[in-house]
Design a protein around this ligand. Structure first.
Ligand SMILES: [Mn+2]
Length: 306
């Protein structure tokens, strides 16, 4: 006896939720369908397992996971200091130094956190990295920290570092490579209700289940049916931050084309210093934003900026 296809599908879906003893009873009384039921039951179990184990645990750059992918800062780390979050630097060291002067930076009064992309494309990558380490600042990893690590390993393995933007990586010492390798994807500060990431976060997905590439590369979200699809492109869908409704306030970078972004629960701080714009920082307690204009156009702007 043949059932209509849609009815078979519905029946099989109902069966997949049954308890094992009910299933055994059905198999005993319906010998003809027993094999199909067993196969479908096994299929459901295996696909569920496969879904769980196939979460990508590296980004598209295939680097090993840092020891702490999601860092949380507590009062013992903050030590009653103000928190100042700084946008993409891209080696613009002079502008960074001016911003610290403007913020009246003192190490016992202000804790610095960078949103990533400290390096590449700009004039002083290795010096910027050394400055950030001297300042005992925190930073999340950007796509350019991952690109730099890949290029460093290429050079280490005896191959030429091809992109000129990464030639500085040959100056890195072992500690600096470790520092880059251990940069977390996110930094969370529960006492300030704040979360820092370079690219973005897909709403409705826990940090542990996000695709790591999205943390460093996403700029936009597209609605397809009821799903939100992340994209690294600017001119597709809408800014990811416009979909974000908390509860954490997210501070991020990476989107030079959109420059300063201010949403109720998200603030974008890549204000195009590299392209002749500004370097920006924000004090968490007061929401006060400070900016320094770029000394010059370090690189000509492109429509697609990574
Ligand atoms: Mn970036």
């Amino acid at each position: 006896m043949l059932l209509p296809l849609c009815k078979v599908r519905t029946t099989l879906l109902e069966l997949s939720y049954m308890k094992l003893d009910t299933l055994i009873t059905i198999i005993r009384t319906h010998h003809v369908t027993s094999m199909i039921v067993i196969l479908f039951y096994m299929y459901i179990i295996f696909t569920k397992r496969f879904e769980k184990s196939s979460e990508p645990r590296s980004s598209k750059y295939k680097l090993k996971l840092p020891k702490t992918p999601h860092l949380t800062l507590y009062e013992k780390d903050i030590k009653n200091r103000q928190i100042f979050i700084i946008g993409d630097v891209h080696g613009c060291l002079e502008e960074l130094e001016d911003l610290l002067v403007l913020a009246n930076y003192e190490s016992d009064k202000i804790l610095l956190i960078f949103v990533g992309d400290l390096v590449n494309k700009g004039p002083h990558s290795v010096q910027t990295l050394r400055k950030v380490r001297e300042l005992n600042a925190y930073a999340v990893r950007g796509n350019h920290e991952e690109i730099a690590l890949v290029q460093y390993m290429t050079w280490w393995n005896g191959e030429v570092v091809t992109p000129r933007k990464c030639s500085w990586t040959t100056e890195l010492n072992e500690d600096e490579v470790d520092f880059l390798q251990e940069l977390p994807y996110t930094i969370e500060i529960p006492s300030k209700n704040a979360l820092i990431v370079h690219g973005g976060i897909v709403p409705g997905v826990s940090l542990e289940n996000q695709n790591l590439t999205h943390f460093i590369s996403m700029r936009s979200l597209q609605t397809i049916g009821e799903k939100l699809i992340a994209s690294p492109r600017t001119f597709i869908g809408k800014p990811w931050a416009s979909f974000w409704s908390g509860p954490r306030h997210v501070y991020f970078g990476h989107d030079a084309a959109r420059s300063l972004q201010q949403y109720p629960y998200a603030t974008g701080l890549d204000t195009r210093c590299l392209y002749g714009g500004f370097i920006s920082g924000i004090f968490l307690d007061s929401n006060k934003i400070l900016q320094i204009r770029a000394k010059l156009v370090h690189q000509k702007p492109k429509i697609k900026t990574e």
